[in-house]
Design a protein around this ligand. Sequence first.
Ligand code: DX5
Ligand code: ZN
Length: 217
Amino acid sequence: MTPIIAPSLLAADFARLAEAAQAVHADADWLHVDVMDYHFVPNLTIGLPVVQSLRAATDHPLDCHLMIEAPERWAVGYAEAGAYNVSFHVEAAADPIALAKNLRAAGAKAGLAVDRDTPIEPYLELLPHFDTLLIMTIKAGFGGQKFMPEMLDKVRTARRHADAEGLQIRVEVDGGIAADTIEQAAEAGADAFVAGTAVFGAVDPADACRRLRALVG
Ligand code: DX5
Ligand code: ZN
């Protein structure tokens, strides 16, 4: 599948999110929106009202990454708000398959996210129910951390499994993705790339997107 570049607004100025979206308008495929609740991760970011406002402010597909507890209570609201893809963490979900079905019924793609300390093997059997698999290449919670190449074994395992089973699932990597790490993630089988610091920490975010795309395109 064509590689997806998904700049993460976590690294943008939260008082200027619409401007950040505008800055990468022509060069980003999805906008990655990190939702954190102070419970699943020790950080608090943005919630549904901001996603609703973003939906009105940009026509980018919104890739909502829910780092929250009890996703069954909140995730469908993001689909109803117009998110393109809603990823929730397998560590937090009581019934991932039921939630995936509910997200799809609400018109969104369903995403399963796997944090740094979680192995992938026990969850491979869930993949037929999902459109995206987000593999953290850092510990979820904060931007600007160092990429962990050892996480790419999970990407390889997931990609091998998906290919063997004929699953049309995107494998997304999130954390420390930059010009010096994106190629190894692509070689491992990732085809969607979240980048926060590498895009919005750059002087020219649009150019940063183009550079990342050129490395995997
Ligand atoms: C962190 C978030 C990431 C974050 C990545 O938990 O899920 O999406 O924005 O930031 P960078 O690209 O700076 O590692
Ligand atoms: Zn994220």
